[in-house]
Write a protein that binds this ligand. Structure first.
Ligand SMILES: [Fe+2]
Ligand SMILES: [Fe+2]
Length: 405
């Protein structure tokens, strides 16, 4: 393969797709320069060895950085980690990442740096000045240039050498990566520019994916809020019940050792546990007097109705057992499946206790809330009959009970 065809080859990165090799390494003039006739061979070999070593360092850093990227991970942590990785390679007095505000996903501007502290606005001023010097004073949003300033003058915002790399993708500028050095130190060159360009491309691709993920999450949460609003509109008497059960269940789950993923799951299950009531007759749901046996049978359908509403949506798969079984009883007298003891999914055991606590401490169409002493008495007498004892012990330790006293 000749040099031209090598330089135009492309590689595929698992996250960002096509990644032009040209922009990463092979056009480095130091690496590709044809040896001049009067340069001794050993010097040329040394030069090539050094250039290859720098490229190897660059590729290692890119590989390590890409390996650590995970969708959903905190962006600040990702950028901080990248800055720490760049620090030993760039030999700059300050390296900074300035991520612009993104109102669509509720992200404020975040400014991170490593090395000597420099004010964010000062660095911004340097960046704009440096970029303007390479694009005739006109910066086009989404197509900002890579810019290097090695000869700052008295009219520059600071007597510092600087290199500015935009973090941009698909015509959108997400932020900037910057490095600065005092005027008396070495000039910035293609080695630093290549390294920062490569990592900024990967960062831009990751941030774009992250943005899509957050947009989907916001849409998903909006959908859940719509479902809850529909339920609250139908059963205004128990409005707010779902979010209270969600909070109480999370408090219990934390006490019994749930991890972050488990807490997220139980919160979601709490929010949606009664969603099946959307399918229950309005008159039965809002009845203020005692329910007849037939009406109670109608109400008892809501766990399975909820299960059926949610089961087609893959994202709700984890919460289906809790939704279906939140009215099971430890002694087997519950519904819909009459499960007993440890046969009841753990999430459902927690939801059952949280649900009962909120029901007893809230006003209902057919009765007023119970005094707290009686609620506690009921919970204690239901240990190992209606609910497992460790869940009730955990519930009694939560802020939900303490705040109610
Ligand atoms: Fe329920
Ligand atoms: Fe409930």
């Amino acid at each position: 393969m000749d040099l031209d065809s090598q330089a135009s080859a492309t590689a595929t990165h698992p996250e960002i797709g096509d990644l032009s090799v040209e922009s990463m390494t092979l056009t480095d003039e130091n690496l590709l320069r044809i040896p001049e006739a009067d340069v001794p061979l050993e010097d040329e070999v040394d030069r090539l060895a050094q250039a290859l070593s720098l490229k190897f360092e660059e590729l290692t850093l890119i590989h390590q950085f890409s390996e650590r990227l995970k969708i959903g991970e905190d962006t600040t942590e990702i950028c901080q980690n990248l800055l720490l990785q760049l620090e030993p390679c760039l030999h700059a007095s300050t390296i900074a990442i300035d991520l612009f505000e993104d109102a669509d996903i509720n992200h404020p501007r975040s400014f991170l740096l490593t090395g000597e502290t420099v004010d964010a606005e000062k660095l911004s001023e340097i960046a704009v000045h440096t970029m303007k010097s390479v694009c005739d004073g006109e910066i086009i949003p989404g197509a900002e240039p890579v810019a290097i300033e090695n000869n700052p003058t008295a009219s520059s915002p600071a007597l510092l050498r600087s290199i500015i790399i935009p973090i941009q993708r698909n015509g959108r500028t997400l932020g900037r990566m910057m490095a600065i050095r005092p005027n008396h130190e070495d000039e910035f060159g293609t080695v630093e520019a290549d390294l920062m360009k490569s990592t900024s491309m990967i960062l831009a691709a990751h941030l774009t994916n992250q943005r899509q993920y957050i947009e989907m999450e916001l849409m998903f949460n909006g959908m859940i809020q719509s479902l809850i609003a529909a339920l609250d509109a139908k059963d205004s008497y128990t409005s707010g019940h779902s979010s209270r059960v969600s909070d109480i269940a999370a408090m219990i789950a934390e006490k019994v050792g749930y991890d972050e993923a488990g807490l997220k799951r139980i919160r979601m299950a709490g929010i949606l546990h009664d969603i099946g009531k959307i399918g229950v007759n309005d008159e039965v749901l809002g009845k203020s007097g005692q329910l007849t046996d037939l009406e109670f049978e109608e109400i008892k359908k809501h766990p399975v109705l909820g299960y059926n509403i949610l089961k087609e949506i893959k994202l709700f798969e984890d919460i289906l057992p809790a939704v279906r079984h939140h009215h099971e009883s430890w002694d087997g007298s519950g519904y819909p499946d009459g499960l007993t003891a440890d046969g009841i999914p753990r999430d459902a055991q927690i939801l059952a206790a949280a649900d009962a606590f909120d029901a007893m401490t809230s006003d209902r169409p057919y009765r007023s809330r119970m005094p707290l002493e009686q609620v506690i008495e009921n919970l204690k007498s239901g240990r190992d009959k209606q609910w497992p004892s460790d869940i009730i012990d955990a519930l009694l330790e939560t802020q939900a009970v303490k705040q109610a006293t």
